[in-house]
Design a binder for this molecule. Structure first.
Ligand SMILES: [Zn+2]
Length: 186
């Protein structure tokens, strides 16, 4: 396994300028058909994702690779924990949302790249996505509810957008109030 550290906008010392610049960059598509290097990058993302038992999803820029690849759970959210079954997660390459439907739903999201906070964000409950799977095959698939939310969150990462950009209410532990007040310049 060759997994990588997850980048974050801040650490306990404050803003993390180097990580931020990578997380804020727009990621580029993988070549089609996929080459050897692309397959290696996909495997690194999968390894990094599977190593984190606290991750619902992970996008390549979060491990310092500005390519359009995301990995996310499609079941087994309740207990989190280690993913053992390969059917429990999916990988999408060059994903594009082709349809958004339904009345937008409010939900609270966290992000490994925005440690210790949660943000209220409204998202579509139904999306259609065109992408390649990990084998490089074209797929066109509908996702609903929580999984649709996770995918919208991960695709945001590919465009350098993070949960703090939505302007929604931000929640953090009281013990870190001073830190975040300073960081967000209240
Ligand atoms: Zn995230």
């Amino acid at each position: 396994m060759s997994s990588k550290r997850v980048l974050a906008l801040w650490d306990e010392k404050g803003e993390n300028a180097k990580d931020t610049s990578i997380l804020r960059k727009k990621s580029v598509e993988l070549p089609v058909p996929m080459d050897k290097e692309s397959r290696e990058i996909i495997q690194i993302l999968i390894d990094s994702f599977l190593e984190r038992d606290d991750a619902v999803g992970l996008a390549a820029p979060q491990i310092g690779i500005n390519k359009r690849i995301i990995a996310f759970r499609i079941k087994g959210f309740e207990g989190k924990g280690e993913i053992i079954d390969p059917d429990d997660f999916e990988v999408l390459i060059n994903p594009r949302i082709t349809q958004k439907r339904g009345e937008m739903v409010k939900g609270v999201e966290g992000c490994l790249s925005c440690p210790d906070i949660q943000v209220e964000i409204i998202r579509f409950p139904e999306i259609k996505v065109r992408a390649l799977n990990a084998k490089g095959e074209k797929i066109n698939k509908k996702y609903l509810d929580y999984v649709a939310r996770v995918i919208q969150h991960e695709i945001d990462h590919l465009d350098g957008k993070l949960i703090v950009d939505y302007g929604g209410d931000i929640y953090y532990p009281k013990s870190k109030q001073l830190f975040f007040e300073k960081l967000f310049k209240y």
